[in-house]
Design a protein around this ligand. Sequence first.
Ligand code: IMP
Length: 378
Amino acid sequence: MKATVIVGCQFGDEAKGKMVDYFAGGVDAVARFQGGNNAGHTVIVEGKKYVLHFIPSGVVRGLKCVLGNGMVIEPRKLLEEIEMLRGLGIEPDLLIDQKAHVITQEELDKDAKDSKIGTTKKGIGPCYEDKAARTGIRVMDLLDKGMVSDDYYGAGQKLKQYIGDASLALFGMKKVLIEGAQGTMLDIDHGTYPFVTSSHTVAGSACSGLGIGPGTIEKVVGITKAYTTRVGNGPFPTELEGADGEKLREKGKEFGATTGRPRRCGWFDALIVKYAMRINGINELVLTKLDVLDGFDKVKVCVAYEKDGERVEDLPPNLDGWKPVYDELPGWENSKVASYEELPKEARGYIEKIESLVGVKITMLSTGPARDEVLKRP
Ligand code: IMP
C-alpha cells in the first residue's frame, strides 16, 4: 500500500476538504488518523452545503472512508452524520477501527466547562485524557452491553456493520489518501501548547493513528491558506484587529464550520509554514483561498519575528510576545483566472515570495470554493 498524507500547515481550516476531494481520484480509500468531530468540512452536493465532521469528504465521491484507531468518536453524532448522508442519497462505505476511542457523555460534560483553551466542546480533550489514563472506552466496547450505557450500546448495534480492523484493510489496498484534521500549530507537541488540540495532527502521526508503517508514505502534501486564521485562544503573531482583519473575515467567510465562531484573521506567516514544512516533511505545498486577497492595495508577509531587540527567522518554541516583521508587496485585483500564467504578476510575485521563504514548491492554488477553481503550477 502507498499513501499520500494531506496536512494543514497552520491552525486548521486551511480548506483541506476541497483539496482532499481533488487528490482523491484513483484511491481505494480516504482515511483519518486523529481527532473527531472537532473538525468540520463543508461539502457542496448539488448546490447544497453540508458539513461533515467525522467522515472524510471522499464519501461524497462514493469512496471507502476509514476512521482510524487514533480517532475519538461520539457514536450518536456519527450516526447523525450517516443519516444526513443517507438523506442525500449517499450510502456511506465506512470502516471504523475497533480500537478508536469513544467520546462518552462524562467527557462531553467535562469539556463543556472549558473556558481557557476555547475548545470546540466536543469532548475531544477529556476523551484523549481517559485514553492516556488507560480508562477509556473503545469502539469495540460499544458491542458489549456490560461496558456502555444502553444509549451507546444501541448506537453500537447500528454501527456494528462498519466496525473492523482498519490496519488490516489498509494493508490490502493499493493507494490510500490520508487526511489530517486541525493543523500543525494545533498538534499537542508541536503546536502552541497548551492552546492546542489533544492529538498529534502532524503527518508522522498518520502511521500510529492508522496502524501503517512509515515506509508506506509516498508523499506529504501541505495545505496552507494565502493568509492565516485561528479559532479558539492562543498566540497568533500576525493577527489583524482592524479593518484588514475584518475584510479577510468577511471575504474569506471565516466563521468556524463546527462552532460558527468568527475566526481570528491575519497576514501570512512564513515562519509558521516553514516550520510545518520541516515538522511534516512536506514535499509539495498547496496555497488556498488566494482570491480572498484580491482587491487589497498592499499585502504583507511575515518574514521574521522580533522581541526585545532579538530577531528570529525560525519559529521560536513559545510565540508569546514576538512581533511580526513584514515585507510589504503590491496587491492585485483578480486571481480568478483560467491558468497560472494569466494571474496578475503581483499575485505570482506573492506566490514566489512565499515559496522562497518556505523553501518548498507551491504546486497548486485554489482560487474559489468550486471544484474547478484550481490552478496548477506549470
Ligand atoms: P478541541 O480540539 O475541541 O479540544 O479544541 C482545542 C483547540 O483546537 C481550540 O482552540 C479549537 O478551536 C481548536 N480546533 C479544534 N479543531 C479544530 C479545527 O478543525 N479547526 C480549527 N481549529 C480547531
